[in-house]
Design a protein around this ligand. Structure first.
Ligand code: FAD
Ligand code: FES
Length: 344
């Protein structure tokens, strides 16, 4: 359960005033395999607590020799600032296996238009997808529509310029700044539904385009609304959110006892209304598997065999998994007495 392995930092690259890329060495013998768009969960010991945070890989598999994660400081954030302040070449970091369903597998004979929509650190998984398509799908085109605050906040600015020079018409990059200086001649303001439609109308061959969205929830909802207007099929839109849902559970949620059956062993603990089943289980010292804590990876999946649970988000589960009773413990609150969840 919750197995980790160690990666060594080869290099730390400053991308913008508040963002760095950590380049990990690929282990010599057991190479880390991942797909474009997936994330690594890094584990740190801070003040006697094990803290896990997920970071999407900005490197592309089979192309970049290092495994890269790009970390932007979050105001008041524990781990993003710890990483930016302390991590150096030569350090070792515990990580979990790459995970995530926000992926694109390049297919060399495919000819498609991959449109990537991001803001801030949301560009990291998009960068991995962008490079993979450009290098491994030679008939496909990529467009990146990328929102930042100021020009100096644009992560991967120089790398994108180099890629534009190398790939010409196969790569379109549209920057949009919310706080541009007087010299800025590009798009300004937030990327909303109207802008999304206007940008789509500027791009070449958008028919049958496939879309990857990673940024603040409001921006992703607005872009989706714009794409809906342009009749882009829902099945061609993939989304990833970095920020866990903060909605409170409904008023019906009360303090309840929950039983977890983990590899055949039964463990019982109390879950308060403000806790998820995962949080309460971990607080009770139970080694429940988990990774992203945001409802995107399914590492914390279990089957509810008795009682009822309410989930804040079940987007990462298929309809058949939900029908069979599978739940994500990082998103679940007990909605009845006697909830029993089997894991493993
Ligand atoms: C699947 C996945 C992939 C991710 N990939 C990346 C990545 O490639 N690069 C990257 O920089 N981050 C990424 N994140 C976010 C990252 O995991 C952390 O949540 C982030 O670094 C904040 O951690 P912290 O310990 O500094 O903040 P915490 O101490 O955990 O939180 C401090 C406060 O900031 C809020 N907060 C948390 N995350 C964010 C955020 N992203 N933006 C604004 N407010 C936030 C929290 O709700 C809380 O109120 C990813 C998250 C997920 C779930
Ligand atoms: S820990 Fe990733 S979905 Fe729950």
């Amino acid at each position: 359960m919750n197995k980790t392995f160690t990666l060594k930092v080869k290099e730390v690259v400053k991308e913008t005033p508040d963002t760095i890329t950590i380049k990990f060495k690929q282990p010599l013998f057991k190479k880390v395999k991942y797909q474009p768009g997936q994330f690594l969960t890094l584990v740190f010991d801070v003040n006697g607590h094990k803290e896990r945070r997920s970071y999407s890989m900005s490197s592309a598999p089979n192309l970049d020799s290092t495994i890269d994660v790009t970390v932007k400081r979050v105001e008041g954030g524990l781990i993003s600032n710890h990483i930016n302040d302390n991590l150096q070449a030569g350090d070792s970091v515990d990580v979990m296996e790459p995970m995530g369903l926000f992926t694109l597998t390049p297919e060399k004979d495919k000819s498609r238009h991959v449109i990537l929509w991001g803001a801030g650190s949301g560009v990291t998984p998009l960068m991995s997808i962008l490079k993979s398509v450009l290098f491994f799908e030679s008939n496909s085109t990529v467009s990146l529509i990328y929102g930042s605050r100021q020009k100096s906040d644009i992560i991967f600015h120089d790398q994108l310029e180099l890629l534009k020079n190398k790939f010409g018409e196969r790569l379109n990059v549209v920057h949009c700044l919310t706080q541009p200086d007087a010299q800025w001649g590009g798009l300004t303001g937030r990327i909303d539904d109207v802008k999304a439609v206007n940008i789509m109308n500027m791009l070449p061959s958008v028919e049958d385009s496939i879309h990857y969205l990673c940024g603040p929830t409001g921006m992703m909802e607005a872009i989706e609304a714009g794409l809906k207007r342009l009749k882009v099929r829902k099945s061609n839109i993939y989304k990833e959110s970095f920020v866990p849902k903060h909605e409170d559970a409904s008023d019906d949620i009360k303090t309840q006892k929950v039983k977890i059956i983990l590899d055949g062993e039964e463990e019982e603990f109390v879950v308060n209304p403000e806790q998820t089943i995962l949080d309460a289980g971990l607080d009770s010292g139970i080694d429940i598997p988990y990774s992203c804590q945001s409802g995107v990876c399914t590492a914390c999946r279990g089957k509810c065999v008795e009682g009822k649970v309410e989930m804040l988000s079940a987007d990462a589960l298929s309809a058949s998994e939900i029908a069979e009773g599978y739940v994500l413990t990082c998103q679940a609150h007990p909605a009845s007495e006697d909830v029993v969840i089997e894991i493993g």
